[in-house]
Design a protein. Structure first.
Ligand code: ORN
Ligand code: CP
Length: 320
């Protein structure tokens, strides 16, 4: 039998034409199906047989902020699926000179089959999605980073198998990455613990929704200011930068506030011995994580970065 006949590469039917703004908008079943498709697309890609599911299609990729992984994985992902990914920096577009989101959405919809955008404000991406006639994919906003979270779950599934009931700990800033990671983990029924300094907790309405979703799926959400409590018995430890893009002038204050939230040998001693360490990257060694950990045997950060490619191909193949 030919590979393509026994590896299931059916796009997630119910997601056709939809946007991906946050994983709150998807059902648990849809998230699981996307991850299954991502796993199969990864396998086929490694065999040199990634199917050309998006032949002739073009994804426009708008960036208001820097990117290494998101830009390159979307561009290469489109190419592997037989389509084309077109990079645009917002400062080169008329939107950078004040053309409205409404007009931009209508105009781009006439040329493209989908739009991926990395933006400063989540609200702007919602407005773009409202007026675009093609799917809009969130490549990071101030509030969410759903594509990252799908790659994170794919990586954890590869490393630890079934995730329901496992404990996922996030240490650091209650930011975009923390929000999306916890939403994805809640879909998969994980026990999530988030430790942040006071004042840097996840946004309240987002945390409430995550908690409900986690409980529905047999998991839970704990938010604490005690990193040791959060790490106790963890299967996975995750951290992100203390200062996100756009917060540069808060750097000094944040360095001080996050001092005791470094992921280091003393802290991970409270986790399971075979815990997996993840970080969305870019990382600052000896700030949020020590080199001994991110470059150590429990770290899967490069596998995680590679998985952006395969997780996003599942998204692209399904939405476009
Ligand atoms: N590459 C992902 C960067 C994530 C970070 N929280 C930021 O928003 O800058
Ligand atoms: N993790 C992530 O989104 O990386 P980039 O900022 O390099 O795209």
């Amino acid at each position: 039998m030919k590979l393509l006949e026994w590896v299931n590469i059916k796009p997630v039917e119910s997601l056709k034409g939809k946007d991906l703004l946050t994983l709150f908008d998807y059902s648990t079943e849809e998230v699981k199906e996307l991850l299954e498709l991502a796993k199969n697309l990864k396998f086929l890609t490694k065999e040199g047989k990634c199917p050309p599911l998006l032949a002739g299609k073009t994804l426009g990729m708008i960036f208001e902020k820097h990117s290494t992984r998101t830009r390159i994985s979307f561009e290469v992902g489109m190419q592997q699926l037989g389509g084309y990914g077109m990079f645009m920096h917002s400062r080169d577009l008329q939107i950078g000179r004040g053309e409205s989101v409404y007009d931009t959405a209508h105009v781009l919809s006439g040329y493209l089959d989908g739009i991926m955008i990395r933006a400063n404000s989540h609200q702007m991406v919602e407005e773009l999605a409202e007026h675009a006639q093609v799917p809009v994919i969130n490549g990071l906003t101030d509030l969410f980073h759903p594509c990252q979270a799908l790659a994170d779950m794919l990586t954890l599934q590869e490393v630890q198998g079934e995730l329901a009931g496992k404990k996922l700990t996030y240490i650091g800033d209650g930011n975009n990455v923390a929000h999306s990671l916890a939403i994805a983990a809640a879909h998969l029924g994980m026990h999530i613990a988030i430790a942040t300094p006071p004042g840097y907790e996840p946004v309240e309405w987002i945390a409430e929704k995550i908690s409900k979703l986690a409980i529905t799926n047999g998991g839970s959400l704990l938010i604490t200011t005690d990193p040791v409590k959060a790490v106790e018995g963890a299967d996975c430890i995750y951290t992100d930068v203390w200062t996100s893009m756009g917060q540069e002038e808060e750097t000094q204050a944040r360095l001080k506030a996050f001092q005791s939230f470094q992921v280091n040998d003393a802290l991970v001693a409270h986790a399971k011995t075979d815990y997996a360490f993840l970080h969305c990257l870019p990382a600052h060694r000896e700030e949020e994580v020590t080199a001994s950990l991110i470059d150590g045997p429990n770290s899967y950060v490069f596998q995680q970065a590679e998985n952006r490619l395969h997780a996003q191909k599942a998204v692209l193949a399904s939405l476009l």
